[in-house]
Design a protein around this ligand. Structure first.
Ligand code: FMN
Length: 737
């Protein structure tokens, strides 16, 4: 809900708010420029009487003298029929030159206030300010919720680059933007007279005695006022002998007899006017130039929000599968919530949705993260969720358990887990969800079930059980959708490990090669690999299967190649296919980002730990380590003679400083061991690196990862740390399989 409230006005008003913010940022510099251009007003050096006297000496008839909030003194006059305005030196009253406000600034001010569109533009600008209030408040609430509460607002921000930029800009600019937006709303309301600004307050109209006018410099009531207090001094109309001087200061308006210099009346400013002036100052920075600059800087964050916000929205929209005839949550009798990262679970949800709709139900499907506070018409909830990481939630369910904690819902529920039995935590997240629901008293519609490797048969059987519970038949005939893939051609392979029963290959792919006589436009604009970084995953569909297998990438798209490391698994469909693939052979693959497994941007050392084919992403990080960040690699194989993967590449990384230390351990040599043994041996050096804020990245099999985390926990314990605490702060990343 919060997200909808944030993104809807954000998208609609992005351009408008960006125009308001950019013009505001330009205008925000004005008070500071004027402040430094005007000679400083030195309190006590000149009275209003002396200033007026000096001005009068230079012009036949003065209309008024105005002092702007930034300290400039402007004398408006009539010389005969000709009206004009001078800028006067506040210290002496002498003319500095004609007052000529910049046409550009006037244009930008009009653009800011009314978009050059008159009343319609002023309404739009007001709505823009309102949108900005909504966006800043909902944005702050979302950020707080994401970081774990208001007290965690300064915690490091996770996520992809656009999400980090969006949130970081928000953190820096929020106070300035909220102030600008709230004061902008107020000013907009006063401009439409929906709130009084007090500027047109009635002034007491005392008349002067009508005696002969004294020189303005001799008037006692003006001599008593310092220039620092002046806002405006309006001169009496020459043709009316009873007209008075009208002196406006911060306190109010005084009428002064032009002959005697006596103060005839004093009218203090109304509260409305004082409030308006304070808010005007807080919005423009006029009279408070450092605030103006601060607001201007905050406003510069708005285009960053507009661009990154639109990108985040588009990305989210694109990744949300479409479901035909999806009913609103408020009208549905059956709610399907989906936990997915690679979208295949959405395919199952779509099949289930269609079957239930055909059976006469009103069905609403949504990501698990969108668990609502209430479903007024719902009689049941069906949760379909995958499991990721080491038994954790997929992306679209990452906030589900926290939401459930705050929820008072209780509906009959069925949980169906999607996973892969080769992971030790098979369907663990689905189990956690089912347990959490049971603990909160949600009745089970049917017991939890688990689907291995997207089996359509198991899904159909689950449909039978669900149908029985619902009291009508339910046929779930699911045909898995083939992910969109690209063809890749094997251009290089290096084979290792056959002698030590660990056949492993480093496979390098390119987009299919240049065929002779290719069309000219294809030669001019050659196809390029989609963007990916080392550590991202490539999903590969082995022939005859629609279920992808994922491999960590050892290269980035910039290198123009896609490189993986594959260990042949006994009976493995995909690893067997890849290990037998000849040069020139093709695969069907697609990229899946894995932003959670990337080195951080710090300059502190990197500790890379892996075993066997797990070296692939680590090798990619080292190749890309052009800044020569200190990097230590711990890697375990079986025999240096047979499966020392990337031996030459590692040597060249050492030679040019991209790798600081290589610690390779082999298990099938005399006095050999595993990578975790080597970590324990190097405890002191590792402790020193960790004290310097080193980041640890682990890639490889689950058993190895378990051993590594045990060895590291032993090293971390004396420092009062653990792999769990490092994990929480992003300093311990794992990519395990
Ligand atoms: C990086 C990665 C980690 C995974 N971890 C687990 C796991 O711990 N337990 C499990 O049962 N399945 C695991 N799986 C398998 C997925 O849960 C399974 O393929 C699921 O069907 C994917 O659904 P989705 O495409 O909707 O995200 C993992 C898959 C990947 C790619």
């Amino acid at each position: 809900m919060l997200r909808q409230i944030h993104s809807l006005p954000g998208l609609v008003a992005a351009l408008l708010v960006a125009v308001l913010a950019l013009t505001g940022a330009v205008l925000s510099v004005q008070p500071a420029l004027e402040r430094f251009a005007a000679s400083s007003v030195v309190t006590g050096t000149i009275s209003v009487a002396a200033l007026a006297e000096a001005a009068q000496a230079q012009h036949a008839e003065i209309d008024k003298i105005t002092k702007t909030a930034s300290g400039s003194v402007v004398v408006s006059y009539f010389d005969g029929d000709k009206a004009g305005a001078d800028l006067a030196d506040p210290a002496t009253g002498r003319v500095i030159g004609p007052h000529s406000p910049s046409a550009t600034i006037r244009f930008i001010t009009n653009l800011h206030r009314s978009l050059l569109l008159g009343t319609a533009g002023r309404i739009a600008a007001g709505l823009g300010a309102l949108a900005m209030v909504v966006l800043t408040i909902t944005g702050a609430m979302m950020l707080a919720a994401r970081l774990g509460g208001w007290t965690a607002l300064l915690q490091p921000i996770r996520g992809n680059a656009r999400q980090r930029w969006h949130a970081q800009a928000g953190r820096l600019a929020i106070v300035g933007l909220l102030l600008t937006a709230l004061t902008g709303c107020f000013l907009s309301l006063t401009s439409f007279e929906l709130i009084p600004d007090g500027l047109a307050e009635p002034v007491a109209t005392a008349s002067g005695g009508g005696g002969a006018r004294a020189s303005v410099g001799s008037l006692a009531a003006l001599q008593a006022v310092d220039l620092a207090d002046l806002r405006e001094l309006a001169f009496p109309y020459a043709a009316d002998p009873t007209d008075t001087y009208r002196l406006t200061t911060a306190a109010g308006v005084t009428q002064i007899d032009a002959a005697t210099g006596e103060a005839l009346s004093f009218q203090p400013h109304s509260t409305a006017r004082q409030l308006y002036e304070t808010i005007y100052m807080l919005h423009t920075g006029q009279g408070l130039w450092p605030l103006g600059l601060l607001l201007g800087l905050s406003a510069l964050a708005v285009p960053v929000f507009a661009i990154t916000g639109a990108m985040i929205w588009w990305q989210r929209r694109r990744s949300l599968p479409r479901i035909a005839d999806n009913r609103p949550a408020s009208a549905a009798d059956t709610i399907i919530l989906v936990g997915s990262e690679g979208n295949s679970t959405w395919g199952f949800a779509r099949t289930l949705h269609a079957a239930l709709t055909q059976a006469g139900h009103k069905v609403h499907a949504a990501p698990m993260n969108a668990l609502a506070r209430a479903y007024p018409k719902a009689a049941r909830m069906l949760i379909l969720t995958a499991t990721y990481g080491d038994g954790t939630a997929p992306a679209s369910a990452s906030g589900f358990l926290a939401r459930l904690d705050r929820s008072a819902l209780k509906l009959p529920v069925a949980v169906l887990g999607f996973g892969d039995r080769s992971f030790p935590q098979f369907c663990r997240f689905a189990e956690d969800v089912a347990a959490a629901l049971a603990m909160r008293g949600w009745p089970a519609l049917i017991e939890i079930d688990r689907i291995d490797r997207q089996s359509s048969q198991s899904f159909a059987l689950w449909g039978d059980r669900l149908g029985t519970a619902l009291g009508h038949g339910l046929t779930l005939a699911h045909v898995a959708e083939r992910p969109k893939t690209m063809a890749l051609e094997l251009v290089k392979r290096v084979d290792y490990g056959a002698e030590v029963q660990a056949p492993t290959a480093i496979l390098t792919f390119r987009l299919p090669g240049a065929a002779a006589g290719r069309a000219l436009w294809k030669r001019l604009f050659p196809a390029s690999l989609p963007p990916f970084e080392a550590g991202d995953l490539v999903g590969i569909l082995p022939p005859g299967s629609t279920v992808p297998r994922y491999y960590s990438l050892a290269s980035s798209a910039r290198e123009g190649i896609l490189e993986i490391c594959v260990r042949k698994q006994p009976g493995g469909l995909c690893s067997g296919f890849l290990n037998d693939l000849p040069l020139g052979g093709r695969i069907d693959g697609f990229i899946k980002a894995n932003p959670a497994f990337r080195p951080n941007a710090s300059a502190a050392p990197l500790i890379l730990i892996g075993a066997g084919a797990g070296i692939a992403p680590l090798m990619g990080f080292l190749r890309a380590n052009r800044s020569h960040r200190e990097a230590h690699l711990y890697w375990g194989g079986r025999s240096p003679a047979s499966d020392f993967l990337y031996r030459d590449d590692l040597a060249s990384c050492i030679a040019d400083g991209r790798l600081s230390a290589l610690n390779a351990v082999f298990s099938r040599v005399a006095e050999g061991g595993y990578v975790q043994d080597r970590l324990a041996k190097d405890a002191q050096q590792l402790a020193a690196l960790l004290r310097r804020g080193a980041q640890i990245m682990v890639c490889g099999g689950r058993d190895m990862a378990g051993g590594v985390s045990q060895a590291l926990d032993a090293i971390l314990a004396p420092m009062g740390l653990s792999t769990a605490t490092l994990k929480a702060s992003g300093l311990y990343l794992e990519d395990v399989y």
